[in-house]
Design a protein around this ligand. Structure first.
Ligand SMILES: Cc1ncc(COP(=O)(O)O)c(C=O)c1O
Length: 474
């Protein structure tokens, strides 16, 4: 056993779990989903049956039956002394009957590689003899790549010198590194909800206590809540995605950028702006980057080629004031020893052609977005489909708070999705589902047809009282 989850924390993470009868199977399914989403890591001790029963106001026999069901599907093992502990997931979700082969995986939003990438790689490979004669990796990044990244910022109206750029192995690694340098245990971090879940996980691992600020597909950033959260909790850091926020696809208006910048300044917070999705514009058009006239020490930007060029390239970066760059470089080797030079050389070459790349991305994402919107309107007209102007996904509002239940159900029919609560900071969002539109249109079509059938099944099986209750509350 590596860790323990309290009955209260588990009850919070389970949210509105009672989506079908019998109750013990609905509870077991919701715990399975927490395991699948990695919100319950393998090796976590679950609360004793009696404690969970009390926290959920259930009979102990219902929890005992749920744990028995989880043992039968090999999600947990129960031993005298240690209680019930989650097990590593098997490749196939046990107890469910879908063929992993042919399954449509919409849990990740990974666009296919930019078509010109293989050619650029071949060109770089032609100079491999010179590359392999060197050490081959470094913690700061090659001068030519840092200069190319700095130049892109300057073109966006954010004057930048190469000394303010550190190349990482992707944006995830950048988030982790920034968090490990800026945060101490118990520090508060303001974060959007819904948000990009791996950032929330990285911040929690660095010891952060997360303070959620809602972002609504229709209304954008909740500025009242943001100002209050900055003023009351004085967060050390705020982690934000101002352009094509993942998962809502929203971009901050100039007013939203300004209010958040000033509230962060008053609270003395460092604003970490994740711009991994910022270049994925379909039909929004250019906007001012904002956050420009604040204290340079309190605005950190993170970027990546993961969505614009290819997730497999593993090149990201941090733009920060020179002092912070030096601290990040000093801290980095404990985490990783640097970015491979081959990838860096490829990255420098593709940045030279970046305008063509973002134009291709725009066409691809438009096709995905429009196909997804059309099939959703046909199959699930009762859902509220947002019009997004860029990014990688839609954050869809369902007509009942059954996101986890439908995700479990489609899973057994070969469609893998992440339920709304995966993107939540505090366990909510059962009424939302993220669907990425980065997959090919025919896959999106097939997935939504399955989803429509599943939704009707799940909704019919949900206790009437449950649906009504959640419809009135959410
Ligand atoms: C907002 C956001 N930040 C960071 C990442 C991680 O990017 P990378 O693949 O460069 O590590 C992703 C990937 O999905 C993302 O959506």
């Amino acid at each position: 056993m590596d860790s323990r989850v309290s009955a209260r924390a588990l009850a919070g993470a389970l949210g509105g779990w009672r989506t079908r009868e019998p109750a013990y199977e609905a509870l077991a399914d919701s715990i399975r989903l927490l395991c699948l989403d990695n919100r319950l890591a393998p090796g976590t001790a679950l609360p004793a049956e009696r404690e969970l029963a009390a926290a959920l106001r259930l009979s102990r026999s219902t929890v005992a039956a749920a744990y028995r069901s989880l043992r039968e599907t090999a999600h947990i093992a129960s031993t005298r002394g240690s209680g019930s502990v989650t097990l590593p997931l098997r490749r196939r979700d046990p107890g469910r009957h879908y063929a992993a082969e042919g399954a449509i995986d919409l849990q990740q939003a990974s666009p296919p590689a930019w078509p010109g990438l293989a050619g650029v790689m071949a060109e770089v490979a032609a100079s491999s003899a010179a590359l392999v004669a060197r050490v081959g990796y470094d913690v700061l990044g090659r001068a030519e790549l840092r200069a190319a990244i700095a130049e892109r910022y300057s073109q966006r109206g954010i004057p930048t010198s190469p000394a303010e750029v550190l190349v990482t192995t992707g944006a995830q690694s950048a988030i982790h590194l920034v968090a490990s340098v800026l945060l101490g245990r118990g520090d508060r971090v303001l974060i959007e909800t819904p948000t990009y879940p791996h950032a929330a996980d990285a911040l929690r691992r660095a010891g952060a206590r997360l303070v959620g600020v809602p972002v609504l597909t229709a209304g954008g950033w909740d500025l009242d809540r943001a100002e209050q959260a900055f003023a009351r909790t004085l967060p050390v850091m705020a982690y934000l995605m101002p352009d094509f926020q993942n998962p809502t696809g929203r971009s901050m208006s100039p007013h939203e950028r300004e209010v958040i910048l000033r509230a962060g300044e008053r609270a003395g917070s460092v604003l970490v702006l994740d711009e991994t999705t910022a270049d994925l514009d379909i039909d929004r058009g250019p906007v001012a980057a904002g956050f420009g006239d604040g204290d340079p020490a309190s605005v950190v930007r993170i970027g990546s080629l993961g969505k614009t060029v290819w997730g497999g390239l593993r090149v990201g970066w941090i733009r920060a004031e020179g002092d912070l760059v030096r601290r990040l470089v000093a801290a980095r080797p404990a985490h990783d020893l640097g970015t491979p030079e081959f990838e860096q050389a490829v990255a420098a070459a593709v940045l030279a052609d970046f305008g063509a790349i973002t134009a291709q991305r725009s066409t691809l994402l438009r096709e995905g977005r429009d196909s997804l919107a059309a099939v959703l309107a046909a199959e699930l007209p009762e859902w509220r489909i947002p019009h997004v102007q860029g990014g990688v996904s839609m954050w869809i509002e369902l007509d009942a708070a059954l996101s986890s239940a439908v995700v479990m159900d489609v899973r057994s029919h070969g469609v893998l999705l992440s339920a709304g609560p995966r993107f939540s900071v505090d366990g909510g969002h059962e009424r939302h589902l993220r669907i990425p539109f980065t997959a090919p249109p025919d896959e999106l079509h097939r997935a939504v047809v399955v989803l429509g059938e599943s939704w009707r099944r799940v909704r019919a099986g949900a206790p009437v009282s449950f649906v009504e209750q959640l419809e009135s509350v959410v």
